[in-house]
Design a protein around this ligand. Sequence first.
Ligand SMILES: [Zn+2]
Length: 495
Amino acid sequence: MIAIKEKFYITTAIDYPSGLVHLGHAYEKTTSDVIARWNRFLGNETFFATGLDCHGLKIQRTAEKNGMKPADFVKKNAESFHTLVKEWNISNDDFIMTTEDRHKKVAQEIFKKLNDNGDIYLGEYEGLYCTECEAYYLEKDLKDGKCPVHDKVPELIKEESYFFKMSKYQDKLLKYFEENKNFVLPLGKRKEILNRLKEPLKDLSVSRTSFDWGIKVPVNEKHIMYVWIDALTNYLTIIDYPNEKFKKFWPADAHVIGTDILWFHSVIWPCILFSAGIDPPKTVFVHGFINTESGDKMSKSKGTVIDPIEIGKKYGADSLRYFLVREIPFGQDGNFSEALLKERVNNELANDLGNLLNRAIVMVEKYSAGKIPAGKTDENLQKELNLEKIQKHMGKFELHHGLSEIWLFVNAVNKFINDKKIWELKGEEQQNALYSITDSLRIIANLLNPFIPSTADEIAKQLGTSLEGANACKFNLLKEGTNVNKGEVLFKKIE
Ligand SMILES: [Zn+2]
């Protein structure tokens, strides 16, 4: 499982801080974090970006409704996103807010590039605008005259506007899709976009004069940049476009997003980049929504919205990280409830993993005076670990399969203990069996580190070893004679 050292750049979408954090934000950050940590585990030079999309009419209006200035409103709401990142142990390398000067500079620079390239012209736009989406809708795309996402009647807006000649890039975009089968994943989502691309692309209105909470258009300060042009360029800002870090990490290896913003990322964004002479991202990965246990949309009015910070405090980040990654096939919708969480935490984390470690440490204390014995890991047990399969799943963003595959090995070690009846063995045979278990747990800790990092650390600590990534996932590397450190149980059962 030794990877060639490569660079890896992954981003979440930048969240819209018009309200507080919800479980969907936590899910997107967690899954992206697992992928980022997996790449670090492989030895890849990894950059993981997340942040907030702070501009636009909707923020301006919500701030006004709350009697606040947009800048103060954004700052206040940003706090809960920072808390989420911290509490859920998200390992982002930077956190961007589009109100920062560094971003303003890059967004304007990109706009200038499009303009210099002759792809920007002044016109007049009239259209049905959903302020929630920050997007215009065509009559035919509305549902009963309402925004299909927000169920609100859009406003008819007419204004002078700059346009981006997106239509010019349709063929180039289709060619990019053709040559890059993994550009949009899962494949069902790719198909959806390709279907929509059968119709001619329209030029995109990229500026507004009707509000002022945003970045000014560099060629005409009466105009504010369309919030999506502003927001998408964050992926360049955060890696210091056009300098060294950008040169190293661009193109992004994965933008992880929700399905509601797929069009912006898979059509508008690559067209902007084409015009600016920058390569498009390699993959846009669309994750699913998290619903209630009965499969309904979480809703404020029904009181089914989950505060990720609150449940994070209640159950611990690793339990939630494990649950979300294991329970919900990445790329599909899934359900969440505390009952479902309890089942997985009690059966898998507390029993399968927690008890395994506990039994191993207790036996080392009892039969080997608290020291890792000399020994060799059982060859049949070694065969139960399929690293290639785990790696293959993870490379295809099948995080749930990757984790399940690791769990097969956890349970193989449990079975090994029961089958061998270590307490009945003597001498070398007993030592080898003990060594097999602790050496396997060491590998398990390394493999689980991207998923449940605090737990992985604790396992390593109790075994008297440290986490070393993919290169440590070979058998017989645990040092004999090391003292084990019995600690707290890994997971308390949820009552
Ligand atoms: Zn909408």
